[in-house]
Design a protein around this ligand. Structure first.
Ligand SMILES: [Ca+2]
Ligand SMILES: [Ca+2]
Length: 163
């Protein structure tokens, strides 16, 4: 018997009074990966946005831009990566101090491409995207925040975003 429903967990009361917690993503378009739901927005060219808009959009869904914590997780996104794609990392708050846009996740892992981050051409590149080209596939690049790109949102279980 289903007794209650929350955005992220389905609570089921087993006949033997054993309660099961089954992680649920908010909509079927979100995919469950370990303790996160993620949504790849714009992968088929239908929609692209600058980094700030992308972050706002993800927050409106109750999440934030993607946080990537390890190589395994980074690899999980690559199957759908066809164009340089925003993730939640930036150095907008303090130059050269890269932080995740949810404001709480520590930077546990980075996958910079060779010679990145580089503020290319002496410009202030502040937002991070994943390369989609065959050669640099899945590596990270600091780039200009006002470029329109696909993006990845995440919702992490056990946290809620308050802004
Ligand atoms: Ca920078
Ligand atoms: Ca760069």
């Amino acid at each position: 018997h289903i007794i209650t429903f929350s955005p992220h967990f389905l609570f089921i009361m087993h006949p033997d009074a054993m309660t099961l917690l089954i992680p649920q993503c908010p909509l079927s378009s979100w995919m469950l990966f370990k303790n996160k739901c993620f949504l790849f927005k714009g992968k088929s060219n239908e929609f692209r946005a600058n980094w700030s808009y992308a972050r706002s959009w993800c927050r409106e869904q109750g999440g934030d831009l993607a946080v990537i914590d390890n190589q395994y997780e980074n690899g999980n996104y690559l199957r759908e990566l066809h164009y340089p794609t925003w993730i939640g990392l930036s150095d907008l708050v303090e130059e050269n101090q890269y932080a995740w846009s949810d404001g709480v996740s520590p930077v546990l892992y980075t996958n910079w491409n060779e010679n990145e981050p580089n503020n290319a051409g002496g410009t202030n590149e502040g937002c991070v995207s994943m390369h989609a080209s065959p050669v640099f596939h899945g590596t990270w690049n600091d780039t200009k925040c006002d470029q329109a790109k696909p993006y990845i949102c995440k919702i992490t279980f056990g946290t809620s975003h308050t802004d």
